[in-house]
Design a binder for this molecule. Structure first.
Ligand code: PAF
Length: 288
């Protein structure tokens, strides 16, 4: 039976239909790129899809707001669901959208969880203790459903990207994980589906997150000790109007371990999560 389409793109709602399409491409020896998303697509997602298209013959984009990566009280219900608008942005880019419902992804007695240790223990993992098990589990399921050659994840969720790379290595899932650059608004705010929650006043404050992050990274790159620089960065965020800062940390860019000496002695990354009103924003960048 022919699949539904949205803006001319076939939409598979079941894993069987998804596999049917991908298997047909495989018979023609076509390569497959994959971009997993939770929808509410913005230019950042589109750039990941374009990167997948440049590298592979066919691109699958999944749209699934994964309940298991949200804790009670987080924004699962409020998370924007905009499938038709999403499909429009994928026109001429994605060859297939995979948009399952929760019942297709999780049996009522689903009882398997993928837990990635080490890289998940701090930062987002400390602030959202059940988050990465939900992400790793759904991404493992999605990768095994699509079996792409390459899967592209945004660097905006830097700890997620490292977590997925570690999982794929540890479980020998035969896919190359590629990190795509963070796209930014004119004032430098990292593009995010959650930016839609911000009021105009909050949006102004949000634009300071990347500026303070960059200044803090710069101070450390020039020799400031990490504890003093991050303390000053947190004070600057509070001064700028953020309600609270979950973390502002400079970590080893590969392992996310802290630098006990207070100086980066390996490639480093600065990572932040801060709240304005009801919105929680994250960002990161290299310390260079
Ligand atoms: O980054 C996201 O949008 C999600 O965490 C992902 C990778 C699609 C898994 O649900």
């Amino acid at each position: 039976m022919a699949l539904d389409t949205q803006h001319g793109i076939p939409v598979a709602r079941t894993i069987a239909d998804l596999r049917g399409e991908v298997n047909a491409w495989r018979k023609e020896s076509l390569t497959v790129g994959f971009v997993p998303t939770m929808g509410a697509l913005h230019e950042g997602h589109v750039s990941l899809v374009e990167a997948a298209k440049a590298a592979c013959d066919r691109v699958v984009v999944s749209i699934f707001v994964n309940p298991t990566q949200f804790a009670p009280g987080e924004d699962f219900e409020a998370y924007p669901r905009t499938e038709a608008a999403d499909a429009e942005k994928l026109k001429d880019k994605a060859a297939l959208i995979f948009a399952p419902n929760a019942a297709e992804m999780y049996a009522p007695d689903f009882s398997t969880t993928v837990t990635v240790m080490e890289v998940t223990k701090d930062l987002e993992g400390a602030a959202r203790p059940t988050h990465f098990a939900g992400v790793a589990t759904v991404v493992a399921k999605l990768l095994l459903a699509v079996l792409p050659d390459k899967a592209i994840f945004g660097q905006k969720d830097y700890q997620q990207l490292l977590t997925i790379k570690r999982m794929v290595r540890d479980l020998n899932i035969p896919v190359e994980i590629v990190g795509g650059p963070t796209l930014r608004e004119e004032d430098g705010l990292a593009m995010s589906s959650r930016n839609a929650y911000l009021s105009p006043d909050e949006r102004k404050v949000a634009g300071k997150l990347n500026v303070i992050l960059r200044e803090t990274a710069h101070a450390v790159a020039k020799g400031a000790p990490i504890p003093a620089a991050t303390e000053a960065g947190i004070a600057a965020l509070m001064e700028a109007g953020f309600a609270s800062v979950d973390y502002l940390e400079i970590r080893n860019a590969e392992t996310l371990d802290p630098f006990p000496s207070g100086k980066p002695d390996a490639p480093a990354r600065i990572l932040v999560a801060a709240r304005i009103g009801k919105t929680r924003l994250i960002d990161n960048m290299p310390v260079e």
